[in-house]
Design a binder for this molecule. Structure first.
Ligand SMILES: Nc1ncnc2c1ncn2[C@@H]1O[C@H](COP(=O)(O)OP(=O)(O)O)[C@@H](O)[C@H]1O
Ligand SMILES: [Mg+2]
Length: 360
């Protein structure tokens, strides 16, 4: 279960029932929502002065820092160490991919997978929906999942297939995945704002946003809207990062690559969304197809060296090429060996023929 935050908006100085009701009407129900708001948001949504908005946010942040839920402006290395000690890693069911993450997908972090269509982003998300539900001893997170689906690619039958292949309780797995289907950018922003209470109410240990950018990319087109789009994405990313830290949960987001199939511009190996998403993601992994396999490359990480690895997509979700390869490699090897022998035999026969022809 997520650690509950036991401070209430009405614990703030100067916040009586009237202000509380006003905040709630504006969608701010937890102290975390308030702490993560911007002055402009509060002024626009609640019709209050700049000064009041500033004070409310300041007090919310101060209280959370005081209670140890939010990192203080200055913390000792010991405090950071203790906080990191609570971090848990979730397996991807691929040893290779786990190794790339030095053990699995971390809590207190935002992990970004980006790559072109079909590179395996959604398949990794589906696999994590299962692995994260297992206990910490089984390399899971021992909690439930919130899947924010902006591309309508969540498939319960795929979850069932992965769980069944792994001899798990299919119904239980499905029951513990909460899916939010999101159809436009402002809907996504609203869900991200409400994330704190959704996590607490539903015992969420993994939040997936698949994908972070598609809706904003589709709605904010043209140069004139770029800065507004980036500002909105920045607010989303900022909040995701805070939430991962405060609730000690894992957050996984997917992102597209810059070039879209209908344009000739943009670098197909660069993530969409510019620096805003990259800077806020703790880990950034680029995925691409490599024949039948998939390659994952650690592009950005505070503690990992540059490295890459291969994984495969199977009925049981994400896995390693080794097993699949062993059988196919050995048959491939024996085929090659067979051919080499045949060639050697036939070339020997040819040589003999040649030399006989020469002789004659
Ligand atoms: N049950 C399955 N078994 C093996 N491979 C699968 C299965 N389901 C999907 N895949 C593979 O996953 C690919 C799609 O990956 P996906 O994660 O949806 O890509 P994206 O990066 O666009 O989200 C398909 O091309 C297919 O090769
Ligand atoms: Mg996808």
């Amino acid at each position: 279960m997520s650690e509950a935050i036991e401070v209430d908006i009405s614990d703030l100085p100067g916040v009586g029932p009237a202000t509380k009701a006003k905040l709630e009407a504006g969608g701010i129900t937890t102290i975390l929502d308030l702490a993560a708001s911007t002055v402009n948001e509060l002024v626009d949504n609640l019709n209050i002065t700049d000064e009041t908005a500033h004070n409310l946010i300041f007090e919310a942040q101060r209280l959370l820092k005081e209670k140890g839920y939010l990192e203080k402006d200055l913390v000792s290395a010991q405090e950071l160490y203790d906080r990191r000690a609570k971090m848990v890693r979730c397996t991807t069911y691929s040893n290779n991919l786990d190794k790339l993450f030095l053990g699995g997908i971390e809590t207190q972090a935002v992990t970004e997978f980006y790559g072109e269509f079909g590179s395996g982003k959604t398949q990794i998300c589906h696999t994590l929906c299962i692995s994260s539900q297992t206990t910490v001893e089984e390399h899971g997170l021992g909690g439930n999942v919130l899947y924010i689906d902006t591309e309508s690619t969540f498939r319960p039958e795929r979850i069932a297939q992965i769980a069944k292949t792994r001899n798990m309780d299919v119904d239980k797995m499905l029951e513990n995945i909460h899916v939010a289907k999101v159809y436009n950018a402002s809907h996504l922003e609203l869900i991200i704002k409400a994330l704190g209470s959704l996590i607490q109410q539903n015992g969420i240990k993994l939040v997936i946003v698949d994908s972070i950018i598609s809706l904003h990319r589709a709605e904010f087109v043209g140069r004139g809207t770029l800065s507004e789009r980036q500002q909105k994405l920045n607010a989303i990313m900022h909040r995701l990062k805070r939430i991962a830290e405060i609730y000690n949960i894992a957050i996984v987001i997917t992102n597209q690559v810059q070039a879209s199939p209908d344009t000739f511009f943009g670098d197909p190996t660069k993530a969409a969304g510019g620096n805003i998403i990259g800077h806020a993601s703790t880990y950034r992994v680029y995925l691409r197809k490599a024949g039948q396999e998939r390659k994952a490359i650690m592009i950005d990480s505070p503690c990992h060296p540059y490295s890459d690895t291969n994984f495969v997509i199977t009925e049981g979700g994400i896995g390693d090429p080794d097993e699949a390869k062993k059988s196919s490699t050995s048959s491939w090897k024996s085929k090659v060996a067979e051919k080499t022998v045949k060639r050697a035999v036939s070339s020997k026969e040819d040589d003999e023929k040649d030399s006989e022809e020469e002789k004659s």
